[in-house]
Design a protein around this ligand. Structure first.
Ligand SMILES: [Zn+2]
Length: 493
C-alpha cells in the first residue's frame, strides 16, 4: 500500500472507537464537512444524494396517501411560540433569535423555527371550515434549528438539521389514529426497504412523549454499538392543539366541532443510522437502493491490451446504464487498479466489476461485493440480469446482518442489578416490567445512561391505540412495585 492510499483509508476501528471511526468515515467518504460555526455541517454532494434518496421514497409515498407539500417561513414571531408554550407545558426548545432587521431593532423578536406547529396550526384553523375540508394533510421539507450545546456529530447532533414535518387535521379520533399508523408504517418501510435497517415500532413513555401529544409512536433502530436510534416519530395530538389554535369545523349536522390533529417527522439522522449500521473499517457501506454509484467498473490493462479492455468495459458500462443502473467506469490513467479498488470501497460502492484481458477473452466479467469481498464470474451476455441479482443479494446481506444484530440484542431482565448488568455487558435492548413511575427510569439512567426508549404498542387495523400487551412479570423490574406495563431500556443517540 502506498502512503497515499493509507491516507485515503480509514485508520480508526469501528469496534474500538466508534465515535472517531464514524467521524472519519463521514469525512473521508466525502459525505460532509464541518462548518466554520460549531454545531453546523456542510453536506457534500455524496451526502446530499443520500438525503435525496430518502426524500424521493418518502415524498412519493406521502403523495400517494393524500399529503400536499407546503412551505412556511423560516421565522416565527415570538408571540406565536409563546402561544404554543401556554398550551404545551414542557415545550421549551433552545431557540435562535433574530433581533435585528438591517440596522433596525425588531419590535418583536423572530425565532428561527425549532419546529413549525405554532405557525402552521393557525393557518390550518383558517383553512378548515367544514367537514368537507378534512382530512387536511400538509408536509414541509425544511431545516430546523435547536441551539443545543453539544459536541457536533454529523447527521446525529447538529444545531441545524434537515427533516420533514407533517401536520394533519381530521374529523375524528379514528381518522387521526389511521394517519399516525400510515406515517409510522412509511417510516418503517423507508428504514427496512430503502436503508436495509430493521426497526422496532413502539410508543414513548408518558413522560417522554411530544409535549401536548396524546401518544408519541416511534420506530427505533439498534446500532452495532448497542445504542438505539429514534428513527422517526408519529404523534397523535388528540384535540389539544386544535383547541388551542381553534381548528374547528362544521359537521354534517351543521354543529361546530373541534378537529383531531397529528404531526410526524423524520430527520437526516436516518443517514447517521445508515452509516453506522452497515459501514466497516474499510469505509462506507451502502445498500444499492441509495448508493449514488451502484456499480464501479475497473478495467485492468497492460499497454498491449488497453484498447480491447477499454472497449469491452465501455460497452458493458453503456449497457448497464441503459438498463437503469448508476454506473461509474473508472478509466483514469493516472491511478492503478489497487488504488481504485480502495477508493470505491471507501466510498461504499456496493458492486465492483473487474475487467482484464482474461475477461475479454472468455467473454466474462468478475464481480466483487463490497460488504464481504465475495467474488463471482458471470457471462458477458447475461450481465444486466447478473448485476440486478447481485445488487439484490448485497441488499439482503446488509439487511440480514442488521436483523441478526437486532434479534440477538433484545434481552429480558427483572431486577435493577440484572438490568444494569445486561446493558453494561451487551448494550442492546432490555425488556422489563414497569410500574409507570419516571423515578424508576431515573434510577437506571443515573447509573448507566440508559433510558426507556420505547414501550410496545399494538395497533388494531389502524383505528385505535390498540391493546397493549401485559408484562409477564407483575412486579416492576426496578422498584418491585406492581407493574402493568412493559418497557424497553437502552442507551440511545
Ligand atoms: Zn417501578
Amino acid at each position: 500500500m502506498s502512503d497515499e492510499s493509507q491516507e485515503l483509508g480509514i485508520t480508526e476501528s469501528k469496534s474500538h472507537k466508534p465515535g472517531e471511526w464514524y467521524a472519519e468515515v463521514v469525512q473521508k467518504a466525502n459525505l460532509a464537512d464541518y462548518a466554520p460555526m460549531g454545531g453546523f455541517i456542510v453536506t457534500k454532494p455524496r451526502g446530499y444524494a443520500l438525503w435525496e434518496a430518502i426524500q424521493d421514497a418518502l415524498d412519493g409515498w406521502f403523495k400517494e396517501t393524500g399529503v400536499d407539500n407546503v412551505y412556511f417561513p423560516l421565522f416565527i414571531p415570538e408571540s406565536f411560540l409563546e402561544r404554543e408554550k401556554d398550551i404545551v407545558e414542557g415545550f421549551d426548545p433552545e431557540v435562535a433569535w433574530v433581533t435585528h432587521g438591517g440596522h433596525e431593532e425588531l419590535e418583536e423578536r423572530l425565532a428561527v423555527r425549532p419546529t413549525s406547529e405554532s405557525i402552521i396550526a393557525p393557518f390550518m384553523a383558517d383553512w378548515t371550515r367544514s367537514h368537507r375540508d378534512l382530512p387536511l394533510r400538509l408536509n414541509q421539507w425544511c431545516s430546523v434549528v435547536r441551539w443545543e450545546a453539544t459536541e457536533t456529530k454529523p447527521f446525529f447532533r447538529t444545531k441545524e438539521f434537515m427533516w420533514q414535518e407533517g401536520h394533519t387535521a381530521h374529523a375524528d379520533n379514528e381518522g387521526a389514529w389511521e394517519e399516525v399508523w400510515t406515517r409510522l408504517g412509511q417510516y418503517e418501510r423507508v428504514y427496512e426497504d430503502v436503508l436495509a435497517i430493521p426497526v422496532m415500532r413502539g410508543k414513548k413513555p408518558e413522560h417522554d412523549k411530544f409535549p401536548g401529544a396524546d401518544t408519541t409512536t416511534t420506530v427505533e433502530a439498534l446500532m452495532p454499538d448497542g445504542k438505539s436510534v429514534q428513527g422517526g416519530t408519529s404523534h397523535n395530538l388528540g384535540q389539544s392543539f386544535a383547541e388551542a389554535f381553534d381548528i374547528t369545523f362544521s359537521g354534517e349536522d351543521e354543529e361546530d366541532r373541534t378537529a383531531y390533529t397529528t404531526s410526524w417527522g423524520l430527520s437526516w439522522r436516518a443517514i447517521g443510522a445508515l452509516i453506522m449500521t452497515h459501514s466497516d473499517d474499510q469505509g462506507l457501506v451502502l445498500p444499492p437502493t441509495v448508493a449514488p454509484t451502484q456499480v464501479a467498473i475497473v478495467p485492468i490493462w497492460q499497454e498491449d491490451t488497453k484498447e480491447d479492455v477499454l472497449e469491452y468495459s465501455e460497452e458493458i458500462a453503456e449497457e448497464l446504464e441503459d438498463a437503469g443502473f448508476r454506473v461509474e467506469l473508472d478509466d483514469r490513467d493516472e491511478r492503478n487498479p489497487g488504488f481504485k479498488f480502495n477508493e470505491h470501497e471507501l466510498n461504499g460502492v456496493p458492486l465492483r466489476l473487474e475487467i482484464g484481458p482474461y475477461e475479454v477473452e472468455d467473454e466474462e466479467v468478475t464481480l466483487v461485493h463490497r460488504p464481504d469481498n465475495e467474488e463471482a464470474v458471470e457471462d458477458r451476455d447475461e450481465i444486466v440480469d447478473a448485476v440486478d441479482e447481485h445488487l439484490d443479494e448485497i441488499f439482503d446481506k446488509l439487511y440480514d446482518a442488521a436483523e441478526e444484530n437486532l434479534e440477538e440484542n433484545v434481552r429480558e431482565a427483572y431486577s435493577p442489578e440484572e438490568i444494569l448488568g445486561t446493558i453494561g455487558k451487551h448494550g442492546g435492548y432490555v425488556k422489563t416490567s414497569w410500574c409507570g413511575d419516571e423515578a424508576c427510569e431515573e434510577a437506571i439512567k443515573e447509573k448507566i445512561a440508559a433510558e426507556i426508549v420505547m414501550q410496545p404498542l399494538e395497533d388494531e387495523g389502524g383505528k385505535t391505540a390498540g391493546e397493549v400487551p401485559e408484562p409477564e412479570h407483575d412486579e416492576c423490574g426496578v422498584c418491585g412495585e406492581p407493574a402493568d406495563e412493559i418497557a424497553y431500556f437502552a442507551k440511545s443517540y
